[in-house]
Design a protein around this ligand. Structure first.
Ligand SMILES: Nc1ncnc2c1ncn2[C@@H]1O[C@H](COP(=O)(O)OP(=O)(O)OP(=O)(O)O)[C@@H](O)[C@H]1O
Length: 466
């Protein structure tokens, strides 16, 4: 288990936040059925009562419905306000402490997921939409570029306040397109017409030590500065699958997953032993492709994409539904899609999770908004239990320390001793620098003299290095 002692996190382990984007020029101005105020979204339905719906159904859908969330951002909310409202700085602080954290944007196509997560400007060319990063204003930058800068600024601040600590950050960026995984940071050109049948994409593998899936052969780059990380991120953004559809001029046709991995030697909160420990934690930022009605009128490629997107989102929704029924012994179908396999640690797992549910304000999207709100409400019931991800070596030391304490208790209780023998008391329980154990079972770590003495007492031979 990649865990250490349970810490009491101040940040809620699961936050579900809603954003309603402003109306676009192309959308007619109507009396809106969707309103967001405080932490509530109200969805009215009067205009949804079409003639061909039976009276009985009409009455059922007419009642306005209220949905409550951690925060609700209305159409006039700025990118900075959304960034602050998602508590990303607090999340970054948790990642620096050793917790995993995942933010994912969910909603129908065109509801503002990419705008919120990325914020870059797109232009439509004859061969499809193209990102224009240089034309993006600082105000419209989304969660990801802001979080990248804040992560490095936070690490710098921690370094200044405690020079003993060390951190390193690495980045990977992938897309899941038509249920295949592609590396967005691999400098080699993407396979021609990415997604053809014969191209299997990258493989998912199970990491039994960390108990999560990982992507085999994914490029991972070390980043010394925020500029380094942004350079990689921007390079990846240029490579992701985008297309112009009838619903969105620059529509993401793939789910993108940006992972920032942090390795850090520092004092672990709640640990009063004053020893630096190593933690490895991830900040994962996900921009999902949007669900859409797969219209046969779309080009064959767009239609096929839509079917695949809907299929993987369908599994995500089943995962959310299963997890929201806590207490029931429910099978959670994580392994039924690449997306949910990769997000297994994040949704109903041992890290922090933020779901950003995006809504389109136009009344014609009543059904889509209702569906998004229903799944977002279910997601808010999910219970994550964040734990610090200690390095396996430190974790082993910690487990041995616990065994040692239990052994001391045992000696006192069952051997009728009032206090521990002198050689067992020495130095209390405190890990020191690396030693070697001659049993060969576990090397590369050691405990202090008390443990050394205890191991000898039990007949094990422990050899000190140096
Ligand atoms: N808060 C906002 N303010 C101004 N424009 C917005 C906002 N949110 C979204 N938009 C605009 O709405 C359009 C659709 O947004 P976006 O591409 O982010 O949707 P999406 O949910 O990512 O769609 P898809 O699933 O198709 O990729 C874009 O033109 C975007 O610039």
């Amino acid at each position: 288990m990649p865990t250490s002692e349970a810490q009491e996190p101040s940040l809620p382990p699961v936050q579900v936040v809603v954003r309603i984007r402003p109306s676009l020029d192309s959308e007619e101005v109507e009396v809106p059925l969707l309103r967001g105020e405080g932490g509530t979204v109200r969805l009215s339905a009067e205009e949804n009562c079409e003639e061909n719906i039976a009276d009985r159904d009409c009455r059922r859908v007419r009642k306005p419905q209220d949905f409550r969330f951690s925060s609700v951002f209305g159409p006039s909310t700025s990118q900075e306000e959304v960034y602050q409202g998602l508590n990303i700085d607090e999340l970054i602080a948790k990642v620096a402490e050793g917790y995993h954290a995942t933010v994912f944007a969910y909603g129908q196509t065109g509801s503002g997921k990419t705008y919120t997560m990325e914020g870059y400007r797109y232009r439509v060319h004859a061969d499809g939409p193209q990102v224009c990063i240089d034309e993006t204003t600082p105000e419209s930058l989304g969660v990801i570029p802001r979080a990248l800068r804040k992560l490095f600024a936070h690490l710098e601040h921690l370094q200044e306040s405690d020079a003993e600590t060390e951190s390193s950050v690495s980045i990977s960026f992938l897309q899941i397109y038509q249920e295949k995984i592609y590396d967005l940071l691999n400098p080699a050109p993407l396979p021609q017409g990415v997604g053809p049948q014969e191209d299997a994409g990258l493989r998912l593998r199970w990491d039994s030590l960390r108990e999560c899936f990982f992507v085999e052969n994914l490029f991972v780059y070390q980043c010394a500065t925020a500029d380094d990380a942004l350079r990689y991120y921007n390079a990846g953004v240029h490579r992701k699958q985008m297309a112009t559809t009838s619903m969105n001029i620059a529509s993401s046709r793939s789910h993108t997953v940006l992972m920032l991995s942090l390795q850090r030697r520092s004092h672990v909160p709640g640990d009063d032993q004053g020893v630096l420990k190593e933690v490895t934690s991830n900040l994962t930022l996900v921009d999902l492709a949007g669900s859409e009605k797969a219209a046969a009128s779309e080009a064959a490629e767009r239609f096929k994409e839509a079917v695949n997107i809907n299929q993987s989102l369908f599994v995500l929704r089943r995962v959310i539904t299963a997890l929201s029924r806590s207490g029931r012994d429910e099978h959670v179908p994580y392994r039924e899609s690449k997306l949910t396999s990769l997000l297994q640690h994040a949704i109903g797992g041992k890290g922090f999770m933020v779901m950003l549910a995006c809504l389109s304000p136009a009344n014609k999207f009543y059904e889509e908004n209702l569906s998004t709100l229903q799944y977002a409400s279910q997601a808010a019931l999910i219970q994550n239990e964040p734990v610090i991800n200690l390095d396996p070596k430190d974790r082993l030391i910690e487990q041995l320390q616990q065994q040692l304490l239990a052994a001391h208790e045992y000696i006192l209780q069952h051997m009728g001793l009032e206090e521990l023998p002198e050689e067992l008391r020495a130095n209390s329980v405190r890990p020191v620098k690396v030693h070697k154990m001659s049993s060969g079972k576990a090397s590369g770590f050691s405990l202090d003299r008390a443990d050394f003495a205890w191991q000898r007492w039990r007949g094990l031979r422990l050899v000190r290095e140096g």
